[in-house]
Write a protein of this length. Sequence first.
Length: 283
Amino acid sequence: MRFTKMQGIGNDYVYVDCTRQDLKNPSEVSRLVSDRHFGIGADGLILIRPSEQADFCMDMYNADGSRGEMCGNGIRCVAKYVYDCGLTDKDEISVETLAGIKYLKLAVEDGKVSRVRVNMGAPILEAEKIPVRAEKSPVVREPVEACGRRWEMTCVSMGNPHAVVFIDTPVKEFPLEKYGPYFENHERFPRRINTEFIRILDRRSMEMRVWERGSGETLACGTGACAATVAAVLNGLCERKVLVHLAGGDLEIEWDEKDGCVYMTGPAVTVFEGEMILPGGLE
């Protein structure tokens, strides 16, 4: 299997070009390649496929083999891959995902993509569509019990479900590994949940750590940064255009008041390319 390792502010995936060949058992392959000791090491696997509805299709799998609807950092790397590898010469492309078709603008420097702006679409705020079991909809500052502690959560879907929790302490001091799994598998989230723990710095900036369903803590989550911005606006904590500081770097997020869509801008980086011999049945 030929692959390319790529990362968007530390959110790293193994990318495979499936426009010309298919890959069997991607769920098993994702578990294998994601292992940081016995595999390549990644937060998951992303397959780039042809699409009848868009320029390309992004097929995403988490580190535990579960399928993901959308990945903001991952889709920026898809854009870089298809341009840098000559699969397209357009600097504006569309990518089909399980969360719908996303539209991307590519910033090209010296013939290579350096940054990508993604129209992530309008946030979904209806509780049953996120989904989350809640007393009211939208779910804003709703109490939730987790790990023997009472929290307030604001829930948003960016094509995948997020619970946003605001904290007062620096995020690097927050015991994410203790509370993250409780939120991910909480009974109120039928399809599990990605959880962002956010500290507001000022009206135009925030810092966050994220616990992603199926992968655990990652250095960055693009859809999570979008969900956190929407949640902060709904709670009156920040402006509609903010800089989100994540462990792996920064993302520019804007929730446009005119069209209702969330826009994410950030880098995409190729780490290395290689070949991996897959066990029998996976090739």
